[in-house]
Design a protein around this ligand. Structure first.
Ligand code: SAM
Ligand code: SF4
Length: 457
């Protein structure tokens, strides 16, 4: 790591509050920022009041995500004034990257604006902010990888830990800001990923979710000098003792190779669960979105995965009301949803993002988008309920992650990542135990703990 421009007085104990918006990659980045600042005396606190530093790690994917940043910043401004100015405010993540100068003008009480590729430089930037009047902005895409400069993971993320292995995107979907805010696609070397995974396991992780904007396009340098794809990386990760579960997100249908599909059959630690965004079921819209695959390709990939791992559950992302989407196109999406059957899915109204190609096109009216989203979400909700109901009576291994919401309950995740609660007085965090699912309700699945010798179905 570059030696920060910090003197001893700068290392006094300080309170750091980190707010995370958006995707799991931001969750990972937030944890890493806390790791970077810990040696400088910063300990994380749960509330912004009284904090010496607040980092707002932001998301720019939809307009509403961006609005949230400005209203949260308004509240921080008041707090900062109440603390006599003694609160450093940093905006990081994709809004920082996309709106750097605008942010500095609109919110001049912000001290630092740092893009997602520059946060390893936080110590120097904080030192600069202490010296300088006005906002310090770093939204460069440095040529060297930030991962080379990050310290070792120091704090446990938990039984389920997230590990970024790939960043950025070269696919340029018509609607998406990621290639502009996260930069070109790049993969971390396999050895650095494996070392970090081992460290996470030593800190208590039992499940690791590998993260990337297009995680299944991973192509990192292997220790043998060859390029490793995701399948190879997953099979090496499966060798890590104490690591029980593996998954990866987010995948693009075009990067689901046959080899990776078969890993769902052959890698014993890979969960039967895959997030595979399709966005639309209409070929015309998929083309307009620049997704470079059609609906049939998605159906084929899903079919092959089900052949390889019959109990696999799918989740996906959908956008309704992309420019040019007619009612017939939308009904193609509904058809694909009904045919596929999802355990869960995320769906959004198309939100025009400045600088992306689709934003310049003629837009579908809001009321049309809202009506379509309502129809789609009703079907997806129905499918989610049906999926959960179908697990009643099954016995599944559950990885326990902590206490439940109510006294005497413990909570965990099934093989299909369903949130499961069971009545149990003792601590089970970190253990995998067989649970028979007895009922489901809107937000959780209820089960009973089976004696340890009973084998899961
Ligand atoms: N790389 C992933 C893929 O190709 O599917 C998706 C990453 S993106 C951060 C997460 C999701 O946000 C997308 O799958 C898409 O459904 C949604 N999204 C992205 N841009 C959007 C926009 N302009 N309006 C609405 N939803 C959007
Ligand atoms: Fe965005 Fe995913 Fe498309 Fe890349 S592949 S541009 S991250 S939606």
């Amino acid at each position: 790591m570059t030696a920060p421009d910090f003197n001893e007085a700068d290392r006094k104990p300080r309170k750091l509050h980190v707010v995370t918006h958006g995707c799991q990659m931001n969750v990972y980045d937030s944890a890493r920022m806390a790791d970077i600042l810990r040696p400088l005396g910063y300990t994380t606190v749960d509330r912004p009041e009284g904090a010496d530093m607040v980092i707002m790690n932001t998301c720019h994917i939809r307009e509403r995500a961006e609005e949230k940043v400005f209203s949260a910043l308004g509240r921080l401004r008041v707090m900062k004034e109440e603390q006599g100015g003694n609160m450093m405010i940093a905006v990081t993540g994709c809004v920082a990257q996309a709106e750097g100068e605008v942010l500095a003008r609109r919110a001049p009480y912000v001290d630092l604006v740092v893009g997602p590729q520059s946060y390893h430089r936080l110590p120097e930037l904080i030192a600069q902010a202490h010296r300088k009047q006005g906002v310090v902005i770093d939204t460069e895409f440095p040529v060297d990888q930030k991962f080379d400069h990050l310290p070792d993971v120091a704090a446990p993320q938990g039984v389920v830990s997230y590990l970024s292995i790939q960043e950025g995107c070269d696919k340029f979907c018509s609607f998406c800001v990621v290639p502009y805010t996260r930069g070109a696609e790049s993969s971390r070397p396999a050895l650095s990923v494996l070392a970090e995974a081992r460290r996470m396991v030593a800190l208590g992780a039992r499940e690791i979710a590998l993260l990337g904007q297009n995680v299944n396009a991973y192509h990192g340098e292997g220790p043998d000098g060859a390029t490793w794809g995701l399948t190879r990386l997953l099979s090496e990760m499966a060798e890590i003792e104490g690591l029980e579960r593996l998954r990866y997100t987010t995948s693009h249908p075009n990067d689901m190779t046959d080899e990776l599909i078969l890993a769902h059959r052959d890698n014993p630690k890979l969960l039967p669960f895959l997030h595979l965004p399709v966005q639309s079921g209409a070929d015309k819209i998929l083309k307009a979105m620049n997704r470079k695959h059609d609906a049939e390709h998605f159906r084929r990939v899903v079919g092959k995965l089900r052949d390889a791992r019959p109990d696999i559950a799918f989740t996906s992302d959908f956008i309704v009301g992309h420019p040019g989407e007619t009612e017939t196109d939308f009904q193609d999406t509904m058809k694909l949803v009904r045919e596929t059957g999802f355990a869960l899915a995320y769906s959004f109204n198309y939100s025009p993002r400045p600088g992306t190609p689709a934003a310049a096109l003629s837009q579908v009216p809001d009321e049309v988008k809202n009506a379509r989203l309502y129809e789609l979400q009703a079907e997806l909700r129905r499918q989610q309920d049906a999926f959960n109901a179908a697990t009643v009576g099954l016995t599944t291994p559950v990885l326990f992650t902590g206490r439940g919401r109510y006294d005497g309950q413990v909570a965990g995740r099934s093989l299909w990542l369903q949130p499961v609660v069971v009545e149990h007085g003792a601590e089970l965090t970190g253990q995998i135990r067989n649970v028979q699912i007895t009922s489901t309700n809107t937000n959780s699945i209820v089960g009973v703990l089976l004696p340890q010798e009973q084998i899961a179905a």
